[in-house]
Design a protein around this ligand. Structure first.
Ligand SMILES: [Cu+2]
Length: 257
């Protein structure tokens, strides 16, 4: 081997080392680009735009009744984020919100890959696959949501309960808007809401999702508690509540947290 060739070989070593280092740095960079974060959905509740206060006989339904809210529980499932390329991410969360348990207002979607997310989708209630007897774990909370109608399956989607002054006559009565699948009819709702900006870059975000309870009682159909205080086997009432439900949710804020 000539002296010149040997010299080239010796010089090639540092060069290879630099290449290797560059490759390693590039790889590290790639790993960083494949980061993940948590997207938290924070549930808020209002009545006709004002923050919900329990046990206050001060709200007015479109049918003309003064009413209060004493209890609120509901399931959200099939929660999904979609990015600008149409890529879907789901973590399989089935969330039971209970107004008596503030921690149930936070839904954490963990290990969400970096991306620009444009839509939040979910099922209000439970779809026909989950909503069968024993379809959910046997916790006290789920058992308390079981749908008790003989011949029907599964769980309540929602218990929205309160009292109302029957057209201000001073007679206070109770209403129980209990929704679910009955007589073979699926009454859950599917939502897809646009997210203004959610650029996940190895960080965490919070979406505030508000439910306005008054919207269950109006738009497009005025729901009157009279004659509909209990609606579990009343499919016509279930359909009114379902149609009114299309306007109950709105995204009020999307923030890096
Ligand atoms: Cu019920």
């Amino acid at each position: 081997m000539s002296r010149k060739k040997l010299l080239i070989r010796q010089q090639a070593f540092p060069l290879m080392f630099v290449c290797l280092l560059a490759t390693m740095m590039f790889t590290t960079q790639c790993t960083k680009d494949n980061g993940t974060g948590t997207v938290t959905i924070q549930l808020d509740h209002s009545v006709a735009g004002a923050p919900l206060e329990l046990d206050q006989l001060k709200y007015t339904s479109q049918a003309g009744h003064t009413y209060s809210v004493v209890n609120l529980k509901y399931y959200m499932s099939e929660i999904r984020l979609t990015d600008k390329n149409g890529f879907n991410v789901s973590r399989g969360n089935i969330n039971l919100f209970d107004i008596q348990d503030p921690s149930s207002a936070r839904i954490e979607l963990t290990q969400i890959p970096d991306g620009d997310y444009t839509h939040l989708s979910f099922v209000f209630g439970l779809n026909e696959i989950i909503n069968v007897d024993g379809g959910l774990p046997n916790t006290v909370e789920n058992i308390n949501m079981e749908w008790p109608i003989p011949g029907d399956q599964g769980y309540h989607y929602m218990k929205f309960e309160g009292r109302y002054d029957s057209l201000n006559t001073g007679t206070i009565r109770s209403f129980n808007i209990h929704t679910g699948a009955t007589k073979g009819n699926q009454n859950y709702l599917e939502f897809t809401l646009a997210i203004p900006t959610l650029a996940l870059r190895d960080n965490n975000w919070t979406i505030q999702l508000n439910m306005d309870l008054n919207e269950w009682l109006q738009n497009p159909t005025t729901f009157d508690f009279v004659g509909q205080e209990l609606i579990m086997m009343n499919q016509a009432a279930q359909e009114i509540i379902k149609a009114n439900g299309a306007s109950v949710f709105s995204i009020t804020s999307v923030k890096k947290t």
